[in-house]
Design a binder for this molecule. Structure first.
Ligand SMILES: CC(C)(COP(=O)(O)OP(=O)(O)OC[C@H]1O[C@@H](n2cnc3c(N)ncnc32)[C@H](O)[C@@H]1OP(=O)(O)O)[C@@H](O)C(=O)NCCC(=O)NCCS
Length: 160
């Protein structure tokens, strides 16, 4: 059977599905790196209402496979650094991880960032995704000195 795959901007009607996907991924894929209390705090940031609120200040993309949303990533212009984009909220449904969807979404966002225009992307990587982002050419930013940090700031210069 052919798998139909695409990446597109999210629609406001997708907030509920996106919230379910993110909460499932946090519980399944991030729980090895964060305490139950931290996971609960992250989950509280991804209710359908909060996703709708975020969508006003960032672009939310979804990856769709066979008419089902299987992953998401968000991007915004950095509000303090000109020419810099920020990647946020990358989540791949646990049953679809390891198939290149996360890589496809980051590369798609990098191409979109060039049109901002941006020449650099930063990402507050989860502890879980640190090696994943390293494989995509992101390097640690020195501002992550706190050993209790919940995110690792990373950046990458974009090639035109
Ligand atoms: C991190 C995540 C986005 C990766 O998505 P994915 O679709 O599984 O990644 P890909 O299949 O594109 O993997 C690309 C490469 O990264 C590696 N990789 C992916 N996740 C990894 C992880 N958690 N640790 C180490 N390596 C990882 C893969 O093995 C693959 O390596 P290869 O090119 O040598 O085969 C996904 O696991 C996820 O949603 N994690 C939980 C949510 C999260 O932490 N998101 C990041 C928020 S900043």
């Amino acid at each position: 059977m052919d798998i139909m795959k695409s990446i597109c901007k999210f629609k406001t009607g997708d907030c509920g599905k996106l919230s379910d996907l993110i909460i499932k991924t946090l519980r399944t894929s991030n729980s090895g790196d964060y305490s139950p209390g931290q996971i609960d705090r992250f989950i509280s940031e991804y209710s359908p209402e909060k996703i709708l609120y975020y969508s006003k200040s960032r672009t939310i993309y979804v990856a769709v496979e066979n008419n089902k949303i299987v992953a998401t990533i968000s991007m915004a212009k950095h509000n303090k650094i000109p020419g810099c984009a920020i990647l946020l909220s990358l989540f791949v449904d646990p049953e679809h991880q390891g198939c290149g969807i996360g890589t496809d979404l980051v590369k798609y966002a990098e191409r979109e960032a060039l049109t901002y225009p941006a020449d650099t992307i930063v990402v507050p990587s989860s502890l879980t995704a640190h090696e994943f982002y390293k494989k995509l050419g992101y390097v640690d930013d020195d501002q992550t000195d706190d050993i209790n940090a919940i995110n690792i700031w990373m950046y990458k210069a974009l090639k035109k």
